[in-house]
Design a protein around this ligand. Structure first.
Ligand code: SF4
Ligand code: SF4
Length: 335
């Protein structure tokens, strides 16, 4: 998959305390994003890699039951539902390694033919010819470079194909004992490919809360390193930057990951457009409004499910920890 790492989707990152006035709202800086429904769709936990930092349950193939008929039915249902709300849909597949999922190509084509956009988070393991067969369907792609398995030339070959027509972000998973080697590859790749964006991703032990034992210098690099590539011309649809308004009337623009880092990701008592701007499918097919599971289980895409009729009236969670969950409109209702 794109690599479950710190700061990617539901994984936390290094924290620091900052005093600030209360947040009253969180809105998309890109107006088009607030009219979009993002479907964050995990197809299961099968993967061809066995990264040492990845817990077995994320790649052992025990969840791999979503079939083509079920997937197509879900695409159609979401498409029909969204047409009633006037929203375009962006389907984003993840895993495991979603390119191993047989219904991917037909589901992506179906979504595009229905007028929606598609994206994927992949380890780029499929050869360029595989990506070429599917054609220029992707709106945005996140590729993760896993130092223990990725082959630079093959990775770059896929990257070259994708950057010709879509926005590509590359994550580099930073194992402490291969840190310099990975950083060197990241610098080379971003110097040779000026149109990608890239991140050095800190790793959490078993993808839980504890950072790998980085040296101080490595931690400094992870916190401060910025690549000098051009910002990708086409805007990222899933984690756009958010405009934060405070009770003193000030506003600023913040990346979702930055809100986690500064512990500003607290929306208890806010209304939240999860379920309207975001739907989340888990590897077993369970459907939720967001990764936080607020609003409960909406069913299972392999069986019966319903699509939500409205947003979350009041968030009851003490923290909003997932980056895709943060990147959803929220407004303070209760103090
Ligand atoms: S690519 Fe690596 S981190 Fe991602 S699911 Fe496969 S084994 Fe896990
Ligand atoms: S925790 Fe869930 S309901 Fe609460 S703000 Fe985040 S996404 Fe919305």
């Amino acid at each position: 998959m794109g690599g479950p790492t710190a700061g990617n989707n539901c994984r936390g990152t290094v924290s620091m305390n900052v005093t600030r006035p209360k947040i009253v709202s969180l809105e998309h800086t890109d107006a088009a994003r607030s009219k979009l429904l993002v479907v964050d769709w995990n197809v299961g936990n099968r993967c061809n890699y066995r990264c040492s930092y990845c817990p077995k349950y994320l790649h052992d193939g025990t969840l791999w039951q979503q079939d083509a008929a079920q997937a197509h039915r879900f695409v159609d249902a979401v498409s029909e539902w969204s047409s009633g709300t006037g929203r375009q849909v962006h389907f984003q597949w993840t895993g495991g390694e979603p390119t191993l999922w047989e219904p991917l190509q037909s589901s992506a084509s179906r979504a595009v033919n229905l007028g929606h956009t598609v994206g994927i988070i992949s380890n780029a393991t499929r050869p360029r010819a595989w990506w070429e067969r599917l054609g220029p369907v992707w709106r945005e792609v996140t590729l993760t470079y896993h130092i223990e398995y990725s082959d630079y030339d093959k990775f770059v070959s896929v990257l070259n194909f994708l950057t010709a027509f879509c926005s590509v972000h590359v994550n580099f998973t930073m194992l402490p004992d291969r840190f310099e080697e990975t950083r060197h590859i990241a610098v080379r790749l971003t110097e040779e490919h000026r149109d990608v964006t890239a991140t050095l991703k800190p790793l959490l032990v078993s993808f839980k809360n504890e950072l790998y034992p980085y040296e101080d210098e490595q931690l400094d690099t992870l916190k401060t390193y910025r690549f000098s590539t051009r910002t990708a011309a086409k805007q990222d649809r899933t984690c756009s930057r958010m405009r934060v308004a405070y009770e003193d009337g000030t506003q600023n623009t913040v990346e979702a990951s930055r809100m986690v880092a500064t512990r500003a990701n607290r929306f208890l008592g806010f209304s939240c457009a999860a379920g309207i701007e975001l739907l989340v499918v888990h590897g077993n097919g369970d459907l939720f409004r967001a990764n936080c599971r607020e609003g409960g289980n909406l069913g299972n895409i392999c069986g019966t499910f319903s699509l939500p009729e409205g947003p979350i009236a009041i968030c009851t969670r003490h923290a909003c920890s997932c980056l895709v969950d943060i990147a959803v409109t929220k407004r303070r209702v209760e103090n």
